[in-house]
Design a protein around this ligand. Structure first.
Ligand code: PLP
Length: 379
């Protein structure tokens, strides 16, 4: 039997319609988009079409969309790109970020710090929401960038991006958001949010892995991470991955088409899990009310998530924990610790993430198995 997949926040299965579009693109559009002959121009046209779909998904101008290799590259390109640009102009560089960012943002900021930038990481409250007052207080005359994620990948908390971006706009500070977990799942308009840059990734919205987007508003000065042939208007050199770009375009089209219906479905699943898991003795939930519809993070006192995940896997359920396994030792999630959870609670927490292909019956089976395992493991 196929395992029940409840790990959509880690990655999503590729939609069959995306697979079909990619296969066709690989067959038909093999020309190099930089070639002037018609085969090259057909590939260019396929990229242009995908760029329009992607731009429409986040309400951006197509000229502000840059294809990258994924969320990690988009985050690196933007953060390091701003730092390099400041360095080139011999300007100081202060970066404001949060304590709950994905490692792609956290480590990029760490790299800039190592290279001489000053970095301030803003704390979060017990729901995982970035503290607005602390954020405003951290902005300085030499702040070159603020980067705060739109939705957290462990607890699904939605951050007050519109408010934070407005604080930056009033001070002329570029604002970037890592929206990898959110794009394709909730409505997003870069115009309404007022952000200057936004990252997202194909494999989190039923598209292919190894493709992502950096939205960058014109006028924001960023030094490109990759030098070379000058593709993507000089922002991202390297021959374009045409099938993956076409796949992402199709994934973006499908996301727009299905989003409203999927949100309603996932919200009802989330409510179901919330009340069903509440019934299990000794459970606690992580994250506040304002979160991504498909995400549910919880723990059971006295049961290590590592053991529970293994038992669930044997029973046919693919679920993850927020804790990272480093050289054999399980570390408590820094996100949960910064929300005020104890190390023990953080090591008892697991994340259930649902998506397009989740069925209510699968969740009922999951809850039943969890109830049984919790009983058995306690004894
Ligand atoms: N940012 C967030 C919030 C993520 O959840 C992820 C992936 O898990 C990434 C960045 C990295 O994206 P990618 O896997 O496309 O490099």
């Amino acid at each position: 039997m196929k395992p029940v997949y409840l790990d959509y926040a880690a990655t999503t299965p590729m939609d069959e319609r995306v697979q079909d579009a990619m296969q066709e693109a690989a067959r038909l559009f093999f020309g190099n988009p930089s070639s002037v002959h018609s085969l090259g121009q057909e590939a260019t046209a396929a990229i242009r079409k995908a760029r329009l779909e992607v731009a429409a998904l986040i309400d951006a101008e197509p000229e502000d969309i840059f294809f990258t290799s994924g969320g990690t590259e988009s985050d690196n390109a933007l953060i390091k790109g701003i730092f390099f640009d400041r360095k080139r102009r011999e300007l100081p560089c202060h970066i404001v970020t949060s304590v709950i960012e994905h490692s792609a943002v956290r480590e990029s900021c760490g790299f800039c710090k190592w290279m001489g930038a000053d970095v301030t990481a803003i704390p979060v409250d017990s729901d995982g929401v970035v503290e607005e007052l602390a954020f405003a207080a951290a902005l300085r005359a030499d702040t070159a960038l603020a980067t705060i994620m739109l939705a957290n990948n462990e607890v699904g908390t939605l951050e007050p991006i519109e408010e934070l971006a407005a604080l930056c706009r009033a001070r002329n500070i570029p604002f970037h958001t890592d929206a990898v977990q959110a794009v394709g799942h909730i409505p997003i308009s870069v115009k309404k949010l007022g952000v200057d840059a936004l990252s997202f990734s194909g494999h989190k919205l039923y598209g292919p892995k190894g493709i992502g987007v950096l939205y960058l508003r014109r006028g924001v000065s960023v030094y490109p991470l990759l030098e070379g042939g000058g593709q993507e208007r000089g922002m991202r050199s390297g021959t374009e991955n045409v099938p993956a770009i076409v796949g992402l375009g199709e994934a973006a089209r499908l996301a727009r088409e299905n989003m409203q219906q999927e949100m309603v479905q996932l919200e009802s699943f989330q409510k179901y899990l919330q009340s069903a898991i509440n019934e299990i003795e000794g459970t606690f939930q992580n994250g506040g009310a304002l979160k991504l519809p498909g995400n549910f993070n919880f723990g059971i006192h006295g049961i290590a998530s590592e053991d529970l995940l293994m038992r669930l896997d044997i029973e046919g359920f693919a679920v993850s924990a927020g804790s990272a396994c480093n050289a054999g030792a399980v570390e408590p999630s820094s996100v949960l610790l910064s929300m005020g959870r104890s190390p023990a609670e953080a090591l008892e927490s697991i994340r259930v993430s649902m998506g397009r292909f989740t069925r209510r019956k699968e969740l009922e089976d999951f809850v039943g198995t969890l109830q049984r395992l919790a009983r058995e493991m306690r004894q």
